[in-house]
Ligand binder design. Sequence first.
Ligand SMILES: [Ca+2]
Ligand SMILES: [Ca+2]
Length: 348
Amino acid sequence: MKSLLSFFAAVVLLGAQSLQAQWIQTNGPFGGDVWCFAVNGSNLFAGTGGAGVFLSTNNGTSWTAVNTGLTKTLAGFNIVWSLAVKGSNLFAGTHGGGVFLSANPATRDASWTAVNTGLTDKTVWSLAVSGSTLFAGTHRGVFLSTNPASRDTSWTAVNTGLTSANVSSLAVSGSNLFAGTAGGGVWRRPLSEMVTAVEADFSEVPANIIVSSQLIERNRPSDAYKAENMADGNNATAWAEGADGAGIGEWIKFGFDTPKKIKAIKILAGYAKTETVYFNNNRVKEMKVIFSDGEAQTANLTDSKDFQRILIDRDRPTQFVKLEIRDVYHGRKFDDTCISEIDFEFKE
Ligand SMILES: [Ca+2]
Ligand SMILES: [Ca+2]
C-alpha cells in the first residue's frame, strides 16, 4: 500500500511539472512570420515577414511596432530577415531594401535609416557583429562595414574563395567568421583577413579612431585588443597591432569632429596591465606623429610603464593625428606592440 501511495505521489508531481514546463504564446506579434530576434538589455526585438520590427520591453506581455523610416520593399510588405545589435544601435537586414539602422530603437522617436552605400545586393538574410565591424550575408555573398553606424558608412564585398554565394546565416566564433549557405554548406574565414581597418565611435573627443590592424587571438574575444581600449581610461586594457613581426609601420589615426590645436599627446606606450604583461609584449620606442596638412614630427619614448607626454611643436589646427610605429622595445614573450592609453591636450 505504501508503494502504491508513493506511486500516486510521483504521478501527481510529474503532472504538476509538465503543466508548468511548456511553451506559452506571448501577446503578439500574432499570426505572421517571425524570422529573427535581437536582444539589447531588457529590450527584445522581433523581425517579421511582412510587418517590420516589433519591440517588447516586458518579456512579450506587449509588443509595439517600431517601423518609422523602414520602407516597405516587397509588394507593400516589410520583410525583415535579420537583426543585429551593436552597442545601442540596432541593424535590420531586409528583403530588397538592404540594411537599416536605428540609433535609438527603444525610444519613442526611434526611426530607421538605410545604410547601403556599396551594398550591391539588397536582400540581407543574415547579420553578424564583430567588435566594431558589421557583416551582412546576402544573395551575392558577404559584405562588411567597419563603421556601419556613421554617416559615411560603406560596404565592401569579402567573397574571395566563397563559391556558394547565397549566405543565409553568419556567426562570429573565436577569430573566424562562419557563413552558412543555402545549398553550399558552411564556410569559414579568419576575421583578421577581412578587417584591416577597425573604427570605433566616440561620444567625446576624439571623434573616432582607425587602426591599420588589430591582434585577434584564438581563445580570446575578437575585440580583446580593439582600438577603443586606448581611450577607455583603463590602463589594464590595450590595443595591440595585428601585423606579423613587431608592427613597424602600423598606425593609429585619431579623427576630430572639428579641427584641433594639439598641445601634447599623453601616451602609455605598452600593455600596462601588470609589470609582467608590460615586459612580455613590445613597447613603442619611436613614433611618427602626422597631421592632416602633412606636417610630421618624430617622438622618442622611454621604456616606462607610466604616461609620457609628447609635446607638439606647431600652432595650426589639425583634422586628425596619425601615429605610426617606427621602432619598439622588444617583448620577452610576444611580438605584439601594445598601447594601453592615449589622451590629448588641446590649445585654447
Ligand atoms: Ca586602456
Ligand atoms: Ca605583431
